[in-house]
Design a protein around this ligand. Structure first.
Ligand code: URA
Length: 289
């Protein structure tokens, strides 16, 4: 594998605390790269940040006592929604108790297109866990310390959150006190991420942390929740979206990396694997088996 780094990228790696090295050999590949369905590169478009949805009467604060538990409160027809409709559905969602305390839903951030109602341009999709306090306040994912590290990681491979990258979370509302999302909350939110992926049509997904990995791989790897992340990383997995296989690289969550600095080198190897995959010749669209 060859990875030409310029001075800026080297500086970024230094900021990440990563010495520049290249993986000796890619770890076993679950999905042969040839099966990873790539799409032709799309034209660059003006960068636009997904703005924090405005609060309207329908999203007005509700108290915990009033929090609906009924599943039917999640909007119907998510599968057929276009991007703005999906964004609107998320901003008004009351399908789990996380809606009671949120300031903002956090839909995602990326590079918008000039085509009306189209999804942002995104070759790369980064999926995290859930908004924290800063994200809840601003309505944008990964804006705290973990976000800074994520930005540095992206810069190290020549990317940024407003250029061909989309960043989203499994969960769109902040779990109080940054606790782990509960299974019911994940189940309620997953259809939004699924539809985001269908509309974004990324060429590759970086699944960061346990929740993203479980959520994205459970369909193709039913035992995923039993496997340590250390065993899932270093491979190319697969996510099926709209009849296509999208390659998935599982890696550590930036917040975990901030607490476990030596693991940054493994995250760097995962980024190199993803970059390598993206540099391979894009195969034609193949139907998912
Ligand atoms: N951690 C996440 O997983 N997502 C965010 O948006 C912020 C922190």
């Amino acid at each position: 594998m060859s990875l030409d780094l310029d001075d800026r990228q080297r500086a970024m790696l230094q900021e990440m605390g990563v010495r520049v090295w290249l993986p000796q050999a890619a770890a076993p590949v679950v999905l042969p790269a040839a099966q990873a369905v790539m799409q032709p590169a799309r034209m660059a478009a003006k960068p636009v940040v997904a703005s924090a949805p405005e609060k309207t009467a329908s999203h007005a604060r509700i108290t915990a006592a009033e929090t609906p538990s009924a599943l039917h409160l999640r909007p119907e027809g998510i599968d057929g929604m276009d991007w703005p409709a999906l964004q609107q559905a998320v901003s008004g969602c009351q399908a789990c108790k996380l809606c009671a305390d949120r300031k903002n839903t956090v839909f995602g951030v990326g590079q918008a297109t000039t085509e009306p109602r189209a999804a942002p341009r995104a070759d790369w999709l980064v999926v995290g866990e859930a908004p924290g306090e800063n994200e809840d306040r601003t309505g944008e994912p990964f804006v705290g310390q973990a976000g800074q590290l994520l930005d540095n990681m992206l810069k190290a491979i020549g990317l940024d959150r407003r250029n061909k990258v989309y960043i989203a979370n499994v969960i769109k509302c902040r779990p109080p006190g940054n606790r782990n999302p509960e299974p019911q909350e994940v189940a309620q939110c997953e259809p939004y991420l699924r539809r985001q992926i269908e509309l974004l049509q990324p060429k590759i997904i970086l699944a960061m942390g346990r929740f993203a990995v479980n959520s994205l791989l459970q369909a193709t790897l039913p035992d995923v929740h039993k496997l340590p992340l250390g065993k899932l990383r270093g491979q190319v997995h697969s996510y099926q979206s709209a009849g296509r296989n999208v390659p998935v690289i599982a890696t550590y969550h930036p917040a975990y990396l901030l607490r476990n600095l030596p693991e940054k080198a493994k995250a760097w190897a995962d980024l190199c694997l993803a970059l390598d995959l993206m540099r391979q010749e894009a195969p034609q669209n193949r139907p998912a088996s």
